[in-house]
Write a protein that binds this ligand. Structure first.
Ligand code: URA
Length: 235
């Protein structure tokens, strides 16, 4: 993928965008052995060897974020309808991060964003069975038998879900709050699981990804994950 040289330098944490422009104009930046002094120059971020003052730079340092996604934000990076995107909430991060997996427009909670494709692939891979914990506020009071269908696996689009772990946090006649732990990420899975047993999800929040919890992170805020936080995902 081609990008403007000053943008690549800024993302790599070398300088601000303006500072990177100054480095280029001063003839301190080399691409594939040639000094580049043109500001508009586009460079392949994967292939080009970029040096500043003779020292090679990594195109982009790896970064990992945990965002408490509010409802009303989409997890795709662009939207023809112009809706609010989760990337709008992490705009002060210079690296170009993308969400790992998706949460529905109206789902809140834990969303990991990163620029590390290998890491994203590894946590999404079904063989890793990384658990996702949700709190689902559902209509009515699902019976034990109905919940049992979810804990043993229920057919969605002709394919059985893996057994879910459920915990009833409270139960009222009109609505109940149920903690759901699954390790799959099928489209609208939690909503469709409850729909299949006749209960509508009124509100859905992901509280943890693996053992990485939101704790007190306010809605719409993110934190940069440290290696010890990242370990929690895999525990
Ligand atoms: N299950 C859903 O139904 N929606 C989500 O956003 C995540 C899991």
């Amino acid at each position: 993928m081609e990008e403007r040289l000053q943008k690549i330098l800024a993302r790599a944490g070398i300088a601000s965008r303006r500072g990177a422009e100054e480095l280029i104009l001063a003839g301190r930046v080399e691409v594939d052995g040639n000094i580049v002094t043109q500001l508009g120059a586009k460079v392949d971020t994967q292939l080009a060897r970029i040096r500043v003052d003779g020292r090679e730079i990594r195109a982009e340092k790896k970064i990992y974020l945990l965002l408490n996604k509010p409802a009303g934000y989409i997890t795709t990076l662009s939207d023809p309808q112009g809706r609010k995107r989760v990337s709008d909430l992490v705009q002060d991060i210079p690296e170009r991060v993308f969400p790992v997996g998706r949460l529905d427009l109206d789902t809140e909670g834990a969303l990991i964003l990163t620029n590390d494709g290998t890491f994203a692939h590894s946590i999404l891979h079904p063989s890793r069975e990384i658990k996702r914990t949700y709190e689902a506020l559902v209509s009515g009071s699902p019976s034990r038998e109905a919940l049992h269908q979810l804990t043993s696996g229920i057919e969605l689009d002709g394919v059985y879900t893996f057994p879910a772990q459920l915990r009833v946090l409270y139960r009222q006649t009109r609505q109940s709050l149920i903690e759901v732990i699954i390790h799959e990420g099928r489209k609208r899975q939690v909503r469709r699981m409850f729909q299949a047993i006749g209960h509508r999800v009124l509100h859905l929040r992901r509280t943890a990804y693996g053992n990485l919890r939101l704790h007190g992170l306010p809605l719409g805020h993110y934190k940069v994950l440290r290696p010890s936080d990242i370990k929690q995902i895999f525990l």
